[in-house]
Design a protein around this ligand. Structure first.
Ligand code: NAD
Ligand code: DAU
Length: 353
């Protein structure tokens, strides 16, 4: 593919920034335009490695502001859009759903409108929409989500993502916009914002703080290393079929307690003074409407696009723990800012050691 110019919304967030790394590390002839509002979850430090690289451009922009979207982007040549920007944390969507509806639904709508304009001018090759397996709702002990599983979102977050997926589909059928949607499972890896399960547990172990496990800890998630996810998105963008959706996952189901135990075990090796870290586990009030189990069937992307994950969970979780140990200043800056207030309100029942 020649002269790729990829506009990456949410490129300063967790997955978006990893995607920028994946593309810039593997592709010489490419330009990336990151657009991001830099909410609490957006961080330009995630892109520090490329700050002097002429292939990367950053534009601060709120996708919920239609005027801003069109005026700031109208003169930027773009051949593909990879749409990651969203409010992404389920617990925050329960505390305050409005931002989720604004960004995930209206923001996606404005990005689609912008894409429609580019497509009408024959400039746009693809609109790639990054979505989640949570749109399919909750599974019991058996089965896995496929691309034809009916939508049944249960949280304000997943409902707002489901709405955006439907808009993307409608723009393909109504306007012929070249779209593809990917629905993936829970990511983990470098630059993961500390509010999410895996980084929260690593950082609390390091600080000798309680490890809050919701309910019984038996809820199951299907963990996907972010670098595998980004390689899969890259493959979908190059070889996927317009109008299709692809599920992305690595058949790696674990219940929450298994994850917390694994992190404690790795921390015992790396921080023997704090061992056993398991003693920090505290069971706390369950998340309202907590989905029991997610599991992705990735057969379609494997069979149709030849996708295979590169990383094994055992090595990737170690690399993740080691990344947080090696990047102390990255997370210390986050923990010492606004995030503190959220953490305290969320976990006020815990008495940290
Ligand atoms: P994140 O919260 O780490 O990052 C989101 C980014 O979007 C941030 O940089 C933020 O500043 C930006 N943003 C938010 N509102 C914006 C707005 N109005 N205008 C412009 N930028 C805005 O999220 P993430 O975990 O990297 O998730 C990225 C995408 O992947 C989301 O669409 C999410 O729904 C989806 N997803 C995430 C996971 C996961 O496990 N993290 C799994 C499945 C799907
Ligand atoms: O499945 C994909 C989704 O995964 C993405 O669409 C979301 O953007 C992403 O945030 C993630 O959602 P989850 O709600 O599954 O992730 P979270 O890390 O918040 O929680 C994972 C599990 O751990 C869930 O069952 C709730 C539980 N949990 C979470 C936290 C933060 C705890 O037990 N304790 C905690 O402190």
């Amino acid at each position: 593919m020649k002269d790729r110019r990829i506009l990456v919304t949410g490129g300063a967030g967790f997955i978006g920034s990893n995607f920028v790394h994946t593309i810039l590390e593997s592709t010489e002839n490419v330009s990336i335009i990151v657009v991001d509002k830099l909410t609490y979850a957006g961080n330009l430090k995630n892109l520090d490695k490329w700050k002097n690289d002429s292939r990367l451009q950053f534009i601060k922009l709120d996708i919920t502001d239609k005027t801003e979207v069109f005026s700031k982007l109208e003169n930027i040549p773009v051949t593909e859009i990879a749409h990651f920007a969203a409010e992404s944390h389920v617990d925050r969507s329960i505390l305050g759903p409005e931002e989720f509806v604004k960004t995930n639904l209206m923001g996606s709508f404005y990005m689609l409108e912008f894409a429609r304009m580019l497509h009408a001018q024959n400039k746009l090759r693809l609109f790639l929409h990054v979505s989640t397996d949570e749109v399919f709702g909750s599974l019991s002990a058996e089965g896995a989500f496929t691309e034809t599983t009916p939508y049944a979102p249960n949280s304000p977050y997943s409902a707002s993502k489901a709405g955006s997926d439907h808009l993307v589909r409608a723009y393909f059928h109504t306007y012929g916009l070249p779209v593809i949607t990917t629905n993936c499972s829970n990511n983990y890896g470098p630059f993961h914002f500390p509010e999410k399960l895996i980084p929260l547990m690593i950082l609390n172990c390091l600080q000798g703080k309680s490890l809050p496990v919701y309910g019984t800890g038996e809820n199951v998630r299907d963990w996907l290393y972010v670098k595998d996810h980004c390689l899969a998105i890259d493959l979908v963008m190059r070889t996927g079929k317009f109008g299709e959706t692809y599920n992305i996952g690595t058949r790696n189901e674990k219940n929450n307690l298994e994850i917390v135990y694994k992190i404690c075990e790795l921390m015992d090796e790396r921080n023997p003074k704090g061992a056993p870290h398991k003693k920090l586990i505290q069971f706390v009030k369950d998340r309202p409407g907590h989905d029991f189990r997610y599991a992705i069937d990735p057969a379609k992307i494997e069979n149709e696009l030849g996708w295979k994950p590169k990383y094994k969970f055992e090595e990737a979780i170690e690399q993740t723990v080691d990344w947080f140990l090696a990047n102390r200043s990255w997370w210390e800056e986050i923990l010492s800012g606004e995030y503190n207030k959220y953490y305290d309100s969320q976990y006020k029942e815990l008495k940290d050691k």
